[in-house]
Ligand binder design. Structure first.
Ligand code: ADP
Length: 356
């Protein structure tokens, strides 16, 4: 009789890389067959898995319990288990009893799906929080005004505050709409060969008045000796650079200096914005390009944050998406207490320097 487990089809499926991870265990939950992906997940060699118990290999009580229940009830069961080093990967598990005894376990990696669900939950929670703070202020101020017991000066003051909070809300909504348009690729970039010097000059001109109010000077770095052009949408790139410049000013100390410039590299033009401000603590570096991520609002003085249009943690997410929409990238180096340099890389256009 032909052993069905030895069939070419089963072997091909088991040995397949990148797909669902398949395992065959016997009635006492000892591994009979396992593919290379199972070995990678278990951090062992493929041969060493045969004969080992499921629990010894993966150390997952939920996986073990599911398999045991499927053996006992002789029915197909589905569940979830966290596996891998420190259980950092999540799997949807199908346990299918085999006619001749034993069990086929099929593990489908749902780590990315779960992460996306978490991001969406966080997004909604953050958005709710960002909207509620100004709305609460507006409601309180309006209620006090409606009660009619405040003098003319206070009334004026309250109305100004309501206006400011409404501006924050409007700005937040604009940023969100911008972000979702850029993320969904609907913006249709109008990319053209752009003199990087023009991009830098425009940014310097727009940020200077804001910086001066905060006693921060803005310096344009010397023009590099090249005719390199960036393949960029001037408006979108300008928006990204301005976001970086706003941050550089916002997180600078009084009397600080912001330096804006560019350089040509092999395949990209790098625009950079440097400051000597408060810097980003190491523990936050991995996350600051996420939507709504803020290091600590109290670090930027509230007054400055207001002057600069609030701080919702969306600016850098927009910068990243703009860079990526150009086929470029973003990056930064920063040292807490010393300052930061953020940059945007966009593709470099063919230029005379390179032809020669
Ligand atoms: P925000 O509106 O809070 O500035 P961003 O997305 O622009 O949002 O930035 C996210 C976080 O990254 C900020 O809250 C701030 O903590 C940090 N950050 C951004 N730029 C700088 C900078 N130049 N210096 C120090 N920290 C910065």
């Amino acid at each position: 009789m032909i052993d069905p487990l030895a069939s070419a089809a089963v072997t091909a499926l088991l040995e397949r890389r990148g797909g669902d991870l398949l395992l065959i265990v016997d009635d006492s939950l000892r591994i009979m067959r396992a593919g290379p992906e199972a070995a990678v997940l278990a951090e062992r060699s493929g041969e060493s898995l045969a004969g080992m118990s499921l629990i010894a290999v993966f150390g997952s009580a939920p996986l073990d319990a599911l398999a045991r229940a499927a053996i006992t009830t002789r029915s197909i069961l589905i569940g979830e288990a966290e596996l891998g080093h420190l259980g950092e990967r999540q799997f949807a598990v199908d346990a299918v009893p085999l006619a001749q005894g034993g069990l086929l376990l099929s593990l489908h990696d749902i780590t990315a799906l779960r992460r996306m669900e978490r991001v969406r939950r966080d997004f909604v929670a953050n958005l709710g929080h960002e909207l509620r703070t100004p709305l609460t202020s507006i409601k309180l101020l309006a209620e006090t005004l409606a009660a009619g017991s405040v003098d003319a000066e206070t009334t004026h003051d309250f109305v100004t505050q309501i206006e400011r909070e409404a501006d924050h809300l409007a700005q937040l909504v604009d940023e969100l709409l911008d972000l979702s348009m850029i993320e969904s690729g609907q913006t249709g970039l109008a990319v053209e060969p752009l003199d990087p010097e023009e991009g830098v000059a425009a940014c310097v001109e727009r940020i200077r008045p804001v910086a001066e109010r905060r006693d921060v000077s803005v310096r344009r770095l010397p023009r590099p000796d090249t005719h390199a052009r960036a393949m960029a949408d001037p408006a979108r790139l300008g928006q990204a650079l301005l976001n970086l410049a706003h941050n550089a000013v916002k997180y600078s100390h009084h009397g600080g200096e912001v330096r804006i410039g560019w350089e040509a590299q092999d395949d990209v033009v790098r625009f950079s914005v440097a400051d000597d401000g408060i810097g980003v603590p190491d523990s936050h570096k991995a996350r600051i390009f996420e939507r709504f991520y803020k290091v600590d609002r109290s670090r930027a003085r509230e007054k400055d944050a207001e002057q600069l249009g609030g701080s919702a943690g969306i600016g850098l997410a927009i910068v990243r998406h703009i860079a990526e929409a150009h086929g470029g990238s973003v990056g930064f180096v920063s040292e807490e207490g010393l300052g930061s340099t953020f940059w945007i890389d966009v593709p470099r256009a063919p230029d005379p320097d390179r032809a020669s």
